[in-house]
Design a protein around this ligand. Structure first.
Ligand SMILES: Nc1ncnc2c1ncn2[C@@H]1O[C@H](COP(=O)(O)OP(=O)(O)OP(=O)(O)O)[C@@H](O)[C@H]1O
Ligand SMILES: [Mg+2]
Length: 328
């Protein structure tokens, strides 16, 4: 569905000038350098996948999405989506994809939302029946009725994002590109957007590529993650692999039936205890949860037990901060 080979996008940027009149110097300077925003990136995405495209600020995520949606022409490399080369056949291509940029709306600012949607129907030549059916359906699950007749400029961020999602999907695209679709939203609004993306993916097999800084988005939506930094693709694989390879320790929370004095157990560290509750930390490589539970239950009477997986947030932070994937 998406095939990307050795894709690069370089920008020519001016070197900042120092000293007196630096603003003026910046303006007239010819002293520039090449910034490799996307640097020799290759990947494939299959139909129906939801892929999280992650990386710190300035990593090259939006630049990649812009090339995938045909907004930017690559400096080099090969890019094909559904048989289209996005930037070459932009007209035909955009009627097959949907895109939402969290930082910018596709709606006409002064028009009531419904009129923007009708304009899109006209632009994408959406058959009336499809338009009507999708509009009704999306209005219901995204809760659009309360503001369909308000101009886009008067919407709250969460309302605007819901309207934008609706706009991006009215023409039943096979592919949906989302660049920070939950940015700035409250927890409830985020959850609503996530549910909607899952729903569309499940019912229509829509392929989704999503960038986000909210790792709960990734955890709820994606099985696969790609990590980019300084334009280089550093990781592409199952989210689970990321967790096992770089994740911290798992935790086992145990409620004992009795107030035992010594709760130490081999292979796990006793992190804390509070009354009859104890928390152990253990590494996935060294010990399985079931083996740890077996060891504990041999010695103690147990009332309740739960396993906490290492937090994806902490895992990714560790990867960025400690440069675990080896970005240069
Ligand atoms: N039009 C442009 N001209 C010059 N440099 C650009 C341009 N667009 C992006 N860049 C630079 O390319 C790099 C990658 O930017 P990009 O917007 O792709 O990052 P990002 O991963 O989306 O970051 P963020 O998480 O902050 O949105 C940055 O250093 C940015 O300054
Ligand atoms: Mg971005």
């Amino acid at each position: 569905m998406i095939q990307v080979q050795n894709l690069s996008k370089h920008f020519s940027v001016r070197n900042p000038q120092k000293g007196n009149f630096s603003l003026l110097k910046n303006f007239v300077s010819r002293d520039s350098r090449i910034l490799k925003a996307v640097d020799d990136v290759s990947f494939k995405v299959n139909r129906g996948e939801i892929v999280g495209y992650l990386g710190p600020n300035g990593a090259g995520k939006s630049t990649t999405i812009k090339m995938l949606t045909g907004l930017l022409v690559p400096t080099s490399g090969h890019l094909e989506v559904n048989g289209f080369v996005p930037w070459k056949s932009r007209q035909a291509y955009v009627s097959r994809i949907g895109a939402v940029f969290g930082q910018r709306s596709t709606l006409w600012w002064d028009l009531p939302v419904i009129e923007s949607l009708e304009l899109l129907q006209f632009i994408y030549k959406i058959p009336s029946a499809t338009f009507k059916q999708n509009l009704e359906h999306f209005t219901k699950i995204l809760g659009l009725d309360e503001f369909l007749n308000s101009p886009a400029r008067s919407l709250s961020l969460g309302q605007r994002m819901r309207a934008d999602l609706c706009a991006a999907l009215l023409h039943n695209p096979d592919l949906l590109f989302l660049d920070e679709p939950t940015i700035g939203l409250d927890v409830v609004a985020k959850e609503r957007i996530r549910e909607f993306i899952l729903h569309i993916n499940a019912t229509q097999e829509t392929t989704v590529v999503l960038t986000t800084h909210d790792l709960a988005d990734v955890q709820k939506l994606c099985k696969r993650a790609m990590i980019i930094d300084h334009g280089k693709l550093l990781f592409d694989g199952a989210l689970e692999t990321l967790q096992t390879r770089f994740g911290g320790l798992r935790q086992l929370v145990v409620d004992f039936a009795l107030p035992y004095a010594d709760l130490e157990v081999e292979g796990a560290n006793l992190v804390s205890r509070d009354g009859n509750r104890a928390v152990y930390a253990f590494s996935r490589e060294q010990l399985s949860a079931s083996e740890l539970i077996r060891r504990l239950s041999e010695r103690f009477s147990i009332q309740d037990i739960s396993v906490l997986e290492p937090d994806i947030e902490a895992t990714i932070r560790l990867i960025y901060e400690q440069n675990l994937l080896g970005a240069t």
